[in-house]
Design a protein around this ligand. Structure first.
Ligand SMILES: Cc1cc2nc3c(=O)[nH]c(=O)nc-3n(C[C@H](O)[C@H](O)[C@H](O)COP(=O)(O)O)c2cc1C
Length: 167
């Protein structure tokens, strides 16, 4: 798929079939993540693709919307806020690195014909406990991964001139 078509096709999908994700797609998605840039090339993150039904159910129980439980896999990205580049002001850049890596996964999944939805609206402490993630690591985002069961409704977009300007 053309890169720009991938960008236009990617949407947050909130309804999933339970067909499994093909192994070849998982491998290509992993490779897409492998090429993600990060500050000082530290890659202070790790992605766990959870397919185990019991663990998926526990993750879904920590999120408010029932559709998360429908997906055959859930991608979880954990970030290390100590072993990452610290900005000159002293704050860790882990969120930026995690955002880039996760979006590589999301776009690669779209190119594979798969659906995703960024999810951050959960209590990090509780999600850490479910996934046995310990300080200085945190579960910073998750996403279902699978085939869409329904097309999403259109969403409004801010005027392009309000979000991008050449100065
Ligand atoms: C950092 C981040 C966190 C998000 N968290 C959630 C979430 O917890 N639950 C959810 O349903 N969507 C979540 N979204 C999806 C946004 O609501 C969605 O991207 C936005 O409404 C635009 O729709 P689109 O992705 O279909 O273009 C999140 C997106 C981002 C980038």
């Amino acid at each position: 798929m053309d890169f720009y078509d991938v960008l236009k096709k990617r949407r947050s999908i909130r309804s999933y079939k339970n067909d499994p994700v093909p192994e070849e797609s998982i491998q290509r998605i992993a490779e897409a993540v492998y090429f993600a840039p990060s500050a000082c090339n530290m890659k202070p993150w790790k992605i766990k693709l959870v397919t185990d039904p019991g663990l998926r159910a526990q993750i879904a129980a920590n999120y408010t919307q029932p559709w998360l439980a429908e997906a055959p896999a859930i991608a979880v990205i954990i970030g290390n806020n100590k072993q990452c580049w610290q900005r000159f002001e002293g704050n860790p850049a882990v969120d930026i690195d995690v955002g880039i890596a996760m979006e590589h996964l999301v776009l690669a999944a779209t190119a594979e014909g798969l659906a995703t939805c960024w999810i951050c609206a959960y209590e990090i402490k509780k999600m850490n406990a479910v996934l046995k993630v310990k300080d200085p690591w945190n579960v910073l985002a998750i996403s279902p991964l699978g085939y869409a069961n329904a097309a999403p409704k259109d969403v409004p977009h801010k005027d392009i001139n309000k979000i991008f300007e050449v100065i």
